[in-house]
Write a protein that binds this ligand. Sequence first.
Ligand code: ZN
Length: 319
Amino acid sequence: MYYIRRAAPRDPGSKIIFRFPVFLAALVLVFASCERLRDMVYPAADGGRTAESPDASSPHAGQPAVEEQADLEETIAALTRREQTEAGIVIGALNDAGLPPEIAVKLEAAVAESPAFILDLLACLKGDPFLRRLVDKSHALPEGYQPEDLVELAPGSYELGRQGLLLRRPAAEALEKMAAAARTDGVVLVASSTYRSYAYQVEVYNRNVRELGQAAADRESARPGYSQHQTGLAVDFGSIDDSFAQTRAGRWILEHGSRFGWSLSFPDGYEDITGYRWESWHYRYVGEDLAAFIDTWFGGIQQYALQFIHAWEKDGSNR
Ligand SMILES: [Zn+2]
């Protein structure tokens, strides 16, 4: 699905400017491959084959149009090269991202077939890079990272598990928006744990190691520097245990969360991929574009999409 049709951009100006070259490339490619369309638009360029061309009989009239046609073909060739380069990088990244082969193969076919995947990808790349940053067992945040726009949550449409919870401003706003929608469905969301500093994660992790042992602690909690909670974009909801999945809130967020930019980080059955056991309560704010990208192309598995984007940004850094 073309994401471009799905939601109104927050900043339409920058989105249009950002997408325009790709859109133009796609448009020109369609033109290039469609002989009939080209005949309609540039009748004289075909040597006056078409009856609609008033100058078809004049020996000189075709000359400027021929030059125009040559220019157009050059533009098409340049744009095609560019698109092929981009598609090549995407396909390379799909291979480098450590995705299951069947997913990589399916997405490679999608890239070859239409520009939809690349357009959706580009939509995710505008704005804050921390929304799409891979933060997992083997990818840490920058040393000493602390977000600059943390705000203290105040009960609004959602409730709070305790006082003093912090989130980054865009995540706090998206939480309010999601919670307001949940309220209209008669569901109350409770934010129980949000931003954790590096120092606090040291405490959480060490306590888990003391109480559960190293191996179990690693299934449950991140080492300091490797926690999504340190991004200020993650929320643990409700009871923070498996019973949350069966609650109305648990079911509601699973169904509707991505519409508001929230993505389940550690789904059931993906411990080998994410490194964490199923956490039905842990959501990360990734923004609406990326949440849609994850759902549309990666079956809702955030880890796959972030691994791919990580590989794509690395592979394409020389472009
Ligand atoms: Zn969590």
